[in-house]
Write a protein that binds this ligand. Structure first.
Ligand code: DAH
Length: 343
């Protein structure tokens, strides 16, 4: 076979292969095979010396022509493959704009938020301000200013998370009492509640290391326990219904004198006696009392002129009673089957 025929055969075979290539990798392999340094074209060019001199220019021209055709075909084929790949990708990733959209889920408030808001609403209607205090507080506001000096045994009533000697996670919202009085001119009347998170080292069905309280403080002239009782009775009726009764039981808190625990008639059995009220007919809901003269004095108020009452309630406890929830941990487990019941 002459050089010319060999070249033509090589060209046809290469063109056939190139047209059949289905991806860029195959094309690259063919490029190396036919046009590479070890390919037939290079070999032919190298062997030019053996060809009779008069035929050389013709053969040389042919070799160049075949090379050009192959290079052009390679380029064209690559372009076609690129377009096919893009088209396949576009077809594949097509968005069906006629599909119905996905509805965004609409959330709702957590039962504790609902309860705290309800408590706030009731007291705001009675003219109380809402005041906030820091969750990281110091020993002075959390204890000392509440008539709980260092080493006072009543500090053991609350298992405290200390951050340093002096700083702690507040165990109660009562510290806001002193902060509020100190934020006013001495002897300015006060009527405030202070909701917020508090922290104690406890964890079981009725205790969580983080829970919520609402503190209350009223300071004025001639405030009596009757004012306290009337206000709390109104609160309980708004919260639990008109039929609810309240009673005050003597108790002890360092920052009040006298102190009491406030019970409501059982919201489950109406006072007849059941498991929830342990057959007593009553449920404890908060602590309260007349503000201790030392507490007034330490925050610059004159106890011979001013007096008042204070109270503190647990938001989780109120919510549990209001909604009939028997395990406090449910509030913090974020189980939607529980949460969604309060929509
Ligand atoms: N701080 C108390 C507690 O966490 C609750 C309390 C009781 C607050 C009596 C008061 C109060 O303001 O007068 O147990």
């Amino acid at each position: 076979m002459g050089m010319k025929d060999m070249l033509l055969e090589l060209r046809d075979k290469a063109l056939q292969d190139l047209e059949a290539a289905v991806d860029p990798q195959q094309l690259q392999e063919l490029k190396v095979k036919y046009l590479g340094r070890k390919g037939p074209m290079t070999e032919i060019l190298r062997g030019m010396g053996k060809i009779p001199a008069e035929e050389r220019p013709k053969i040389g021209e042919m070799v160049n022509q075949v090379k050009q055709v192959l290079e052009q075909t390679l380029k064209d084929r690559a372009e076609i493959l690129r377009e096919e790949a893009l088209k396949a990708k576009l077809d594949h990733e097509k968005v069906d704009i006629t599909l119905p959209g996905r509805k965004p889920g609409i959330g709702h408030l957590h039962p504790l938020t609902l309860t705290a808001r309800e408590i706030k609403r009731i007291f705001m209607h009675m003219g109380f301000d809402v005041v906030e205090g820091p969750e990281i507080d110091n020993d002075y506001y959390n204890f000392e200013a509440l008539n709980l000096p260092k080493d006072h045994p009543a500090r053991d009533m609350q298992d405290t998370f200390y951050i340093t000697e002096n700083y702690l996670l507040r165990t109660q919202t009562s510290g806001v009492q002193a902060r509020t009085m100190q934020a006013h001119e001495p002897n300015t009347p006060i009527r405030m509640i202070s909701p917020g998170a508090v922290y104690r080292n406890d964890y079981d069905a009725t205790h969580s290391p983080m829970f919520h309280q609402v503190e209350g403080l009223v300071v004025d002239r001639n405030i009596s326990l009757a004012d306290l009782k009337g206000t709390l009775e109104l609160f309980c009726r708004e919260m639990f219904g008109d039929d609810v009764k309240i009673r005050l039981r003597p108790s002890y808190f360092p920052f009040t004198e006298p102190s009491c625990e406030v019970d409501i008639s059982c919201v489950i059995c109406g006072g007849k006696g059941c498991n929830v009220c342990k057959h007593s007919g009553w449920l404890e809901i908060l602590g309260a009392g007349e503000v201790h003269p030392n507490v007034l004095r330490m925050s610059g108020y004159d106890p011979s002129l001013m007096n008042g009452y204070a109270f503190g309630m647990g938001v989780e406890r109120i919510a549990m009673l209001k909604y009939g929830i028997d395990d406090l941990r449910l509030f913090f487990e974020n189980d939607l089957r529980f949460i969604r019941q309060f929509r």
